[in-house]
Design a protein around this ligand. Structure first.
Ligand code: GLA
Length: 387
């Protein structure tokens, strides 16, 4: 793979490359739509992701090409002219990161040529965009010897997505991708950014990702809408309670104070945020005590809450999860990521994985009209230089 990318680089840019970088995708095991509510998340980095092959230039030009979007060709722009351009498509993500670095005062002294190739399915909710952002951050950091801490690169990448792309995402994706660790999920408190690694030791079980193959159509606008609903609910509660985020509330505190939330829909959204945060803490504890059965039940609880209270699932995700839960050897299943399409995550006994994929594919195809795609997750390290 890497050798092929080096050859491709030479063919496209007519010179040898200097370095190769890799940035993973991510899957979240539990803790959905809690990050921007100051709650906990429990994601891990995956072995598939985005590769970047780079060589410096002596001038001030930046040229980028993606093997995933060959029809767009080489996109070229000046280092001092970093502006959002709809026609530049995927390039806006790395551009946004360059812009944030510059705005923070980091000097990008000269241009470079960059070839990108990703094997994360696009639009599947496995964070191909955050993967690309961290890839760019790591490349800038290394190439221009900026000495930036990974957690800061994570924050800069989130800022690029918020301000340059205009998606008001939380920090989970960038954090999981930048800070990922082999065989571990990360328990991250998004309120404080305190985190710890938790070894995933599901002896005899696999994490199976199911892609509904439904593109996350209206995802960005609906996503921003959910954020506003939660912000309104928080503002209502703050009239009485001195809290900064919904994630600070226990279930009991929420129940006592929920009437403060004026709007019924906002109340449902806040309920999800509070309960999902507590569920995440319970789930991590269960997993660390080797209680996979309880972990699975909490995953199902998470899905139900995302379906009924947060309303971010949809027929495709619900169908895939329902069929998955009826299979032999399955301890739990839920949607993962922002929702509105994208992927599910299931915990399946190793010996049943083959039948699981076959049966769920058949059942889903029958109800939805097209097939899902499955990947057995390999948990890997975060964004890094390969050589
Ligand atoms: C998207 C966002 C994350 C997070 C999830 C939902 O992936 O980028 O910040 O909010 O949705 O948990």
């Amino acid at each position: 793979m890497i050798n092929k990318l080096k050859v491709d680089f030479k063919n496209i840019f007519d010179k040898d490359c200097e370095n190769v970088f890799f940035s993973p995708g991510r899957v979240n095991l539990i803790g959905e739509h809690t990050d921007y509510n100051g709650g906990h998340v429990f994601p891990c980095a995956l072995s598939f992701g985005t590769y970047g092959v780079i060589a410096k230039r002596n001038d001030k030009k930046i040229r980028m090409h993606s093997l995933n979007f060959e029809h767009i060709g080489i996109v070229e722009f000046d280092i001092k002219q970093i502006k959002y351009d709809k026609n530049h498509d995927w390039v806006n993500y790395p551009k946004g990161v360059i812009k944030v670095f510059q705005d923070k005062g980091y000097e990008i002294e000269h241009g470079f040529d960059l070839l990108v190739f990703g094997n994360i399915p696009n639009g599947a909710g496995l964070s191909s965009s955050a993967s690309l952002e961290l890839l760019m951050a790591a490349i800038l950091n290394d190439t221009f010897e900026l000495n930036i801490d990974m957690v800061d690169m994570v924050k800069f990448s989130q800022e690029a997505e918020n301000k340059f792309i205009g998606v008001n995402c939380g920090i989970m994706d960038q954090f999981a991708i930048g800070m990922g660790k082999d065989r571990c999920a990360i328990l991250l408190d998004c309120n404080t950014l305190k985190y710890r690694y938790s070894e995933i030791n599901m002896d005899g079980y696999s994490i199976v990702i199911g892609n509904t193959n439904k593109r996350r159509g209206l995802a960005d606008s609906k996503y921003n809408e959910r954020r506003s609903e939660c912000e309104r609910a928080l503002a209502n509660i703050q009239i009485k309670l001195n809290i900064k985020a919904l994630g600070e509330l226990t279930e009991e505190e929420f129940e006592i104070n929920k009437e403060l939330i004026e709007n019924e829909i906002d109340r449902k959204r806040a309920k999800h945020a509070v309960y999902e945060n507590q569920r995440t803490l319970k789930a991590v504890k269960a997993l660390e005590e080797n209680n996979l059965h309880l972990f699975g039940q909490l995953m199902v609880g998470s899905h139900v809450s995302l379906r009924d209270d947060y309303e971010v699932t949809g027929i495709e995700l619900d169908t895939l999860v329902n069929i998955a839960l009826n299979q032999k050897g399955v301890v739990g299943a839920r949607m993962t990521g922002a929702g509105f399409g994208g992927c599910t995550v299931s915990i399946v006994k190793d010996e049943n994985v083959g039948d699981f994929i076959e049966n769920v594919t058949k059942g889903y195809e029958k109800e939805i009209g097209y097939a899902p795609t499955f990947y057995v997750a390999n948990i890997s390290n975060g964004t890094r230089k390969l050589g």
